[in-house]
Design a protein around this ligand. Sequence first.
Ligand SMILES: Nc1ncnc2c1ncn2[C@@H]1O[C@H](COP(=O)(O)OP(=O)(O)OP(=O)(O)O)[C@@H](O)[C@H]1O
Ligand SMILES: [Mg+2]
Length: 399
Amino acid sequence: MSEMNIKGFPRADMAMRSCADLLLAASPAQLAAINAADSVPAFPGLLTFAGAPDEAIPADLLAAARVVVVEVDPGNPGSLDRLRAIGRDYPDLPRIAAIAETTIALVQTLVREGVSDVIVLPLQIEELLDVTLRALAHSRARSVAVRLAPQLAVVRSIGGCGATSIATHVAAHLATIRPHAAPVALVDLDLQAGSIAEFLGASGTGTLSDLLAAGSRLDEELLRAVARKADDHLAVFASPDDIQPLEAVDTDRLLQLLTLIRQNYSAVVVDVPTDWTNWAVSVLSASDLILMVVELNVKSLRQAKRRLDLLAQIGVERDRVVLVINRAERRMFKAIDTSDVSETLHREVIGTVSLEGQDLASAQAQGVLAHRLSRKSKFSADVAAIAEAVAKRIGYEAR
Ligand SMILES: Nc1ncnc2c1ncn2[C@@H]1O[C@H](COP(=O)(O)OP(=O)(O)OP(=O)(O)O)[C@@H](O)[C@H]1O
Ligand SMILES: [Mg+2]
């Protein structure tokens, strides 16, 4: 349908589309009244349930709905019970009560029950759109405030010390922890040299460039179109195909993009490049936990110290940074060992990762995780233990 005008809604078709997955649960007579208005058949994505005001609404309809308008008959205790049960079983689903007559006492009761709004019967399409749009905007604003997935930033002390290998395996392991939650997102901010998509065999064409260039078109749909699937539970946001100057990245836009990702995925792992530009530092300061990969050599530890000092200067608390020692060989006599690292750098060492030989590099060349190639991968087992510890720190334990 092209443009459809209803009083108060110059673009009612657009308003209807925004209200897709609205569930209307009302008695057959009420639904018939709105059908007679001749607009409902053109209401895309409208879900309806025709039944008495105390009749249970099928669970599959409620699970599919983004907002529900439910007829309430205040004289029928079963009807209030039905409204209450929806609130209990679907706490995130905004409920709008449709009632024949409003009294202050009734509205107070409904507000106490946690309904988002009240609409008066018989249903009018413009009023329905109006309250639905308001309830959706309200619930979006609330979920933005409340639900941002935890963000883990993986950084390196020096280039080549294994940060990307560790970030990919940590993310893949996190993705197995909450199989029923939204997928985990892995964001390759190594914008000039990123290789995460190849490491994980996540094919596709979309990259972060598409999202950073989207401006006001940036939304959940575009996010999903650009995300590449590493597996059912791990999405990759690949680095751009062409090289752009790092300073060209707009910090606010990038932070906005990460916030959108955090609203749509259950955890976010970010691979931060060796060069710490302003935007990289901003991403770190917005992260719940920073995992710094170091190696047991003087160059790596010296550089780690410099970076930790910078993080402290910008106000990142000590316990928001943990260290991972990569390529840790378990020799008896070494110039530097694990306890030296935590003492020198004054940060917790959350785990160590063994030197794996060529297996890791060949797994990456084939676009698979190390344990897919070799079940006994020590690298993978070490990183899995780190992912478990990280999950505890960021509140991402199994549910
Ligand atoms: N524990 C390990 N055992 C064996 N090989 C490893 C280990 N860790 C990393 N590597 C290998 O070292 C190389 C560099 O690793 P990776 O790309 O993960 O490092 P990086 O810190 O992300 O590097 P860059 O700074 O270039 O982004 C890769 O070939 C990887 O397979
Ligand atoms: Mg890398």
